[in-house]
Structures are given as structure tokens and as C-alpha cells.
Design a protein around this ligand. Structure first.
Ligand code: NAD
Ligand code: MLT
Length: 526
């Protein structure tokens, strides 16, 4: 039974799903070293934002197949290293959207009406009506940075208050924004026009420190800032200076550079700063949603299916998945056959899709080809998650092309491996959903079932050669399951391909090589 480690608090609903197929250990609050010690025993790891999944932990995670991030942001997971190691990283992109949007709106109103500050005086039994005069948000301009899932939900809610919503997001079309009634603008304009600026961006190289002194200078005097996205997108010292100068009238922060934050920071003693301890996703509904979402994906991956929200693999719709799935074993085996029968150092792999196959989404098939090509050399360390990275780091170019022509077949897949010694090409097709065939190899017509042990012997097409090979194999007590000979012209070069029921020992292969007319002999395992 696979083993799952849950290293941050996870809703029971998610754990129950995992328990149906795996042994689940919940062990929270572990240090990096403690995690390193135990992670080797697990097939899956589930985290929220409390665990930082570092390269060191991934190095120790010898059996890990999947990391489930019960939430949106994967900035606490070293995704590039996980990808290199072939570990799928999944998240729950939509499970806490509403929770985070609702908290953002709560923060915006709390900031505008001084609710937390007023509450603090009330519990001291003080009655301060005049001190806490606020503003109305009605007709004010909200500038949203990052009009993604949460940004859009915040926009809708703030529009219902009569706010004018503008947004900066270079990756969303003006039409999509317009359909939400949001005016899409450039960053500077968004900063200049907003009475409120609310951040809904991912934390990455581009967004880290994106709001700093220069950006505060552009803003309106008395602007209010809300960050329920990630700490570090706003430069804290620049924010403190802008709050002190009065440029920023107030800030509401749910997220911090380190969590728990450094409470000695001035941010926690300023009267116009409202803070919460990363509560954006902290609703019962959101926690249940994200737990179920990642647990289901982990179960899917354990059962050999695709994860619907993998961040280091392209997402596939069920339709696409159904169309590509039957081709994956054939693609991998054809590439493996090409790799095991090539001479020299590979520099390029070209994948051609012909006929009906050219019309479907072929990305996963290309990944399977790369896996098949690299696996004879790299073993199980290569899989469909890390195959493109592995190919790139080995200087292997992957070139894809498509043509509606399938020749005599409805669909054709051709894999060509270019090495410093030449080009090796294998073409295959599927009959029905399962019947895999290699129909051409090195230019010779063929009818090979790519499975088990296969012997490949280019030779001169003349009487006696095939018979002698058959006799040698038979005398060695090995059964030949099928034999195909491909030739273009009688009496010239040909290729003999045999499916055999057991591996042929080296000395027998040597005997076959010595048969007059045999050019070379290669035994491959598919
Ligand atoms: P999302 O991916 O749906 O939206 C992010 C948007 O930002 C996208 O539309 C993207 O195009 C845009 N974007 C990316 N880079 C940008 C850039 N450089 N400039 C401008 N726009 C850019 O994500 P989401 O679910 O809306 O989450 C938004 C943020 O909120 C994430 O950082 C997430 O981790 C965080 N979050 C926080 C909490 C919380 O508890 N406080 C809860 C959920 C999500
Ligand atoms: C998220 O990215 O999903 C939120 O920050 C919530 C969380 O970390 O759990």
C-alpha cells in the first residue's frame, strides 16, 4: 500500500479519501531535518503553507511521486527541483478562491472603517466615536493587481458596493476584463488612479518587491493597500516609509515575508495597519474543498490516472486524455526501440504525427516518446514529469511535426533519433485501442509487435540466412514467438526482427553474428 505523509493540518474529508487507498501519517510541525529523515518512506506528501518543501527534502525523498499543496500558492515548494526529480506537484487552484476574496473585502472594509482599531478600544471600555470616522468605499476606485480567480471575485464584490474597478494583469485579455466590467490598464495607471490597491498576484521573480518606493510615489495621497496574496510582493520598508509619510493612509496585510512574521517590525505597532495571520483560506468550506481536491488527485495518480491540477505537467481534459492514452505505451516502446538500436550520441529526436493522430493534442505522446528514449540510459529516474527537462539538460532537441497524411494507415507515429553516427527511424500505428504495431524501421516495411524481447538483425537477403538464425535460437532452447523480415528489393539489404520468449545469452548472439550474411545483431527489451 502506498504511504502518504500529511505534514500540515488537513481537513478530515481529505484524509478519509487518502485512507481508502493508502497508509496515511499526519505528522505536523516537522523541521527540515526531521522531514529529511522520514520522507524517504513516503510516496506522497501533502502540505499547506506551513511546510517548505526544499531541494534538500526532495533530495531525500527517494520514493516520492507526488506532492499535494492544499491551496493555491506553490511558492513553498521547490517546483523546478521536484520536476527534475519527476515528482508531480498538484495544487487546488480554485478551492479557496471565495474564502480569499471574502477576506480581502473584509480587510478593505475593516481598513476603511477602522473596525479592528475601534474594537480594541471597546474591549478597554473606551467610547471613541469621533476618533474612528472612516470613509465610504462607494464611487472610489479599486486598482486590482492580478485579475485572476481571486482578483475577479474581489472585483465583483467591490462593484456591488458601487466601486469603480480597474486592473493590471498582462496575461488577461481586455475583452475578458470588460465582460466583468473591469477596465484593464497598465501598472503605472493602476497605481496612479486607485484609491485602493489590492494585490492578487503570485509570488515569483517578477512580482517579488514589485511594489516599492517608486510605485508608492506614483500612488494617490491617502491610498489604502491590501495584500492578501503573498508577503514580499510589497517591499516592507518602503511600505513603512509610505505609511509614516501619510502617502499611504492604511494597509491591510494577511501575508508576510516569513510566517510567523518578525513581530518586532514597525508594521505591527502602526495604528493604521490591520493584520491577520494568513487567514485568507481559513474557512471550513475552503479547507474542506482544498483537502478533497488534492486528496482526489493523489488517489488518481496512485491509480495511474492523470492529476487534473498538476503545476508541472500540462492539464488535460478527459476527452484529450481518452484520445492520447492508448498511444502512450506505443510511443514509449517505439522510442525505446529506436534508442536501443541507435549507434552514437543522440542530439535530436523528431516526432512526426500523421493522419488522424495529427488532429489531437499530442503533447503527452511526445513526453512518452522522450521517456522511452531516455529510459534505457537513465532507468526509472525519468518519467513524463521530468522528461522534457531531462532532454534539455542533455542537449537533446525535441522536434515535433504534424501532417494530415497517414499513408496506408488512419494514424501514424514516427520517431527518428539523430545521433553523431546517423538517423534511426521507427514508425508505428495502433489498430483499435490496444493493438500496437511497428510498421516501418530504418526504411524497411515491418509488422512487429513492440513487446518483450526483440532481436533485430540487418542482413543480406539471400537463402539460408534466416534458417540458420532460427536453428541457432532453437538449439539454444529459446522459442521464437514471431518473425518478420523487411526488405525493399530481393537479394539486397533486409532486416530480420524476431519476438522471442526469453532473453538470448551473449554467446548465442555471438553465434548469430557469425552467420554469413548477417550484418549486426541487437537484442532489445521493450
Ligand atoms: P490566479 O493564478 O488565478 O491569479 C493570479 C493572476 O495574476 C493571474 O491572472 C495572472 O495573469 C496574474 N499575474 C501573474 N503575474 C503577474 C504580473 N507580473 N503582473 C500582473 N499580473 C500578474 O491566482 P489566485 O488564485 O487568484 O491567487 C492569487 C494570489 O493569492 C496567489 O499569490 C495565491 O497564493 C494567493 N492566495 C492567498 C490566500 C491567503 O490565504 N491569503 C488564499 C488563496 C490564494
Ligand atoms: C494559498 O495559497 O492557498 C493560501 O495562501 C492559503 C494557504 O496557504 O493555505
Amino acid at each position: 500500500m502506498p504511504r502518504v505523509l500529511v505534514s500540515d493540518k488537513l481537513a478530515k474529508e481529505g484524509i478519509d479519501i487518502l485512507k481508502q487507498v493508502a497508509e496515511v501519517d499526519v505528522n505536523t510541525g516537522l523541521s527540515e531535518d526531521e522531514l529529511c529523515k522520514i520522507i524517504g518512506d513516503y510516496d506522497a506528501l501533502v502540505v499547506r503553507s506551513g511546510t517548505t518543501v526544499t531541494a534538500k527534502i526532495l533530495e531525500a525523498a527517494k520514493n516520492l511521486k507526488i506532492i499535494g499543496r492544499a491551496g493555491v500558492g506553490v511558492d513553498n515548494v521547490d517546483v523546478p527541483v521536484a520536476t527534475e526529480k519527476g515528482i508531480i506537484v498538484v495544487n487546488s487552484p480554485g478551492g479557496n478562491t471565495i474564502a480569499a476574496a471574502e477576506l480581502t473585502v473584509a480587510m478593505l472594509l475593516a481598513l476603511t472603517r477602522n473596525i479592528p482599531q475601534a474594537y480594541c478600544t471597546m474591549i478597554k471600555k473606551e467610547w471613541n466615536r469621533s476618533k474612528y470616522v472612516g470613509n465610504e468605499v462607494y464611487t472610489k476606485v479599486l486598482g486590482i493587481l492580478g485579475l485572476g480567480k481571486i482578483g475577479q471575485e474581489v472585483a465583483k464584490r467591490c462593484q456591488s458596493f458601487g466601486m469603480k474597478v480597474i486592473a493590471y494583469d498582462p496575461f488577461i485579455s481586455a475583452e475578458a476584463a470588460a465582460s466583468l466590467g473591469v477596465e484593464l490598464v497598465e501598472l503605472d495607471e493602476c497605481l496612479k488612479r486607485g484609491d485602493y490597491i489590492s494585490l492578487h498576484l503570485p509570488k515569483n521573480k517578477e512580482t517579488l518587491g514589485m511594489i516599492s518606493t517608486k510605485q508608492f510615489e506614483m500612488m494617490k495621497d491617502g491610498v489604502r493597500i491590501i495584500n492578501c496574496a503573498r508577503g514580499g510582493i510589497i517591499d516592507d520598508s518602503a511600505l513603512i516609509a509610505a505609511l509614516k509619510s501619510g502617502k499611504v493612509a492604511g494597509a491591510a496585510l494577511d501575508v508576510f515575508v516569513s510566517e510567523p512574521p518578525d513581530f518586532s517590525s514597525e508594521l505591527f505597532s502602526m495604528p493604521n495597519v490591520v493584520t491577520t495571520p494568513h487567514l485568507g483560506a481559513s474557512t471550513e468550506e475552503a479547507q474542506t474543498n482544498v483537502a478533497i481536491d488534492v486528496a482526489e488527485q493523489i488517489v488518481d495518480v496512485f491509480q495511474g490516472k492523470s492529476a487534473r491540477s498538476a503545476v508541472n505537467m500540462p492539464a488535460l481534459s478527459p476527452d484529450v486524455l481518452a484520445a492520447v492514452q492508448p498511444w502512450l505505451p506505443l510511443a514509449e516502446r517505439m522510442a525505446s526501440l529506436a534508442a536501443q538500436t541507435s549507434e552514437g550520441r543522440p542530439s535530436q529526436i523528431s516526432i512526426r504525427y500523421g493522419g488522424e493522430l495529427a488532429a489531437i493534442e499530442t503533447g503527452p505522446i511526445s513526453r512518452a516518446v522522450v521517456v522511452g528514449l531516455l529510459r534505457p540510459a537513465l532507468g526509472e529516474s525519468v518519467n513524463s514529469v521530468n522528461a522534457p527537462v531531462m532532454a534539455k539538460t542533455r542537449g537533446l532537441d525535441v522536434v515535433e511535426s504534424k501532417s494530415p497524411e497517414g499513408g496506408d494507415y488512419a494514424s501514424l507515429l514516427t520517431v527518428s533519433v539523430t545521433t553523431d553516427k546517423g538517423v534511426n527511424e521507427v514508425t508505428g500505428t495502433l489498430f483499435g485501442a490496444k493493438d500496437m504495431r511497428v510498421v516501418r524501421m530504418r526504411g524497411f516495411p515491418m509488422d512487429l509487435m513492440p513487446e518483450g524481447v526483440v532481436l533485430i538483425a540487418p542482413h543480406t537477403d539471400k537463402p539460408g540466412v534466416i534458417g540458420q538464425v532460427g536453428t541457432i535460437i532453437g538449439n539454444a532452447g529459446i522459442n521464437i514467438a514471431s518473425m518478420h523480415v523487411g526488405r525493399k528489393t530481393a537479394g539486397e539489404n533486409a532486416i530480420m526482427v524476431l519476438n522471442v520468449d526469453a532473453e538470448i545469452p551473449t554467446e548465442i548472439l555471438q553465434k548469430i553474428t557469425e552467420v554469413k550474411g548477417i550484418d549486426s545483431v541487437k537484442q532489445v527489451r521493450l
